[in-house]
Design a protein around this ligand. Structure first.
Ligand code: PYC
Length: 370
């Protein structure tokens, strides 16, 4: 029974519903059917007819979406791997599916990684059917504000999650991402070596004028995401300094975006290492203002591209990158024409296996959006 009030134009939905005389069969029907119209209907009933609303909500506790996840962390940086129940992105290239995710299902991104289920630091990894059948899986990475081309710590997390689920054995694997196929070797000791996409520096020593701070110089490089790597900094890269580091990097990013490189969404600072055997310590500010707890796989790839371009690191030689919390990745590279092929090795650990419940009457069902 579709009420005439549904079809009437020129009135707000709320007003239309207020005029409606709801009957029990209609309410019962809307309470069990799970489609966008029924969901909207339940919301409206909840708002304007409390007695029926309460009745309906009690009859169906509205777990409209169930999203299965495995949570991991890689050097302290979390990855939430979505194993089922994610948005239906269809077939096609991973980049097309990432675009569809963004265009049509962005609320899933926010529901999965943002508060109250996640946090600003959480990176999501949606597993997809790969187009290239030689790949173990396709994966779309996302965060508190959008989507990532690639994610090094996330790839390590995905491989460890798949091994935990017994979907991968130790050995060489391939994964499809929106920016290309990466390789991932799961070692018997649990570490993972990611063969990242070709990485390169596009601009050496690009100086920006940062309002209130003055000139800052750094390199612009691609490592699967776009980075601005600040050349010199006297910053103390300590956890006690995170607020000041965040503020500095955020201002630098605005200047870099406004003064020539709008695509840059990560800013990286380097300082002396604190761990024996490490080459450098870093601080990486991610697109949504969270700092990377890991040394950042794509950021380390961008760093390798710069070191290679400057002749400061030999092909095959290890670069041990320490993060601001003292976790490490080891990077090496091979040259391929004017690019480098980085390999990033690190470890991840499974934290949780869980099911996210998205119940639409919850006003924050789709996450607290930025
Ligand atoms: O490890 O590549 C990475 C990464 C990117 C953003 C956060 N982590």
């Amino acid at each position: 029974m579709k009420s005439e009030a549904f079809r009437r134009k020129g009135q707000s939905s709320l007003a239309r519903f207020r005029e409606m005389s709801l009957d029990v069969p209609l309410c019962l029907c809307a309470s069990v059917v799970d489609n966008p119209v029924a969901r909207r209907f339940r919301e409206m009933v909840w708002m304007c007819r409390p007695p029926w609303g309460i009745l309906i909500v009690q009859m169906k506790p509205t777990s409209s979406h169930r999203i299965a996840i495995v949570d991991t962390h890689t050097g302290g940086e979390p990855t939430r791997v979505v194993t089922s129940g994610g948005p239906p992105l269809g077939a096609g290239q991973l980049s097309e599916r990432r675009d569809r995710f963004q265009r049509e299902f962005d609320r899933f991104r926010s529901a999965i990684v943002n508060e109250p289920r996640g946090s600003d630091v959480m990176v999501g990894a949606l597993l997809c059917e790969p187009v290239d059948r030689s790949c173990a899986a396709g994966v779309v990475f996302f965060n508190n504000v959008g989507y990532l081309g690639m994610c090094g710590h996330g790839t390590i997390g995905v491989v460890v999650a798949l091994a935990h689920l017994r979907r991968l054995e130790p050995g060489e694997h391939r994964l499809e991402t929106p920016v290309g196929v990466v390789t991932a070797a799961l070692h018997p000791n649990g570490e993972v070596s990611v063969g990242n996409v070709p990485s390169y520096r596009v601009q050496k020593a690009f100086t920006v004028d940062v309002p209130g701070l003055g000139p800052v110089t750094g390199d612009v490089a691609w490592g699967g995401n776009w980075f601005y790597l600040v050349e010199k900094s006297d910053w103390n890269l300590g956890l006690g300094n995170v607020d000041a580091l965040t503020d500095f990097c955020w201002r630098v990013r605005q200047a870099v975006n406004a003064q020539g490189f709008p695509q840059v969404d990560h800013v990286e600072l380097f300082g002396p290492p604190t761990l024996p055997g490490a080459d450098s310590r870093n601080f990486v500010l991610c697109p949504g203002k969270a700092y990377d707890r890991s040394p950042c796989g794509t950021g380390t790839s961008a760093k390798l591209a710069c070191l290679a371009a400057d002749g400061k690191l030999a092909e095959g030689a290890p670069w041990v990158q320490e993060s601001i919390i003292g976790s490490t990745f080891t990077g090496t590279f091979r040259r391929q024409a004017d690019r480098v092929l980085p390999t990033i090795t690190g470890a991840a650990f499974v934290n949780a296996e869980s099911v996210l419940l998205l119940a639409e009457p919850d006003p924050f069902c789709w996450g607290i959006r930025h």
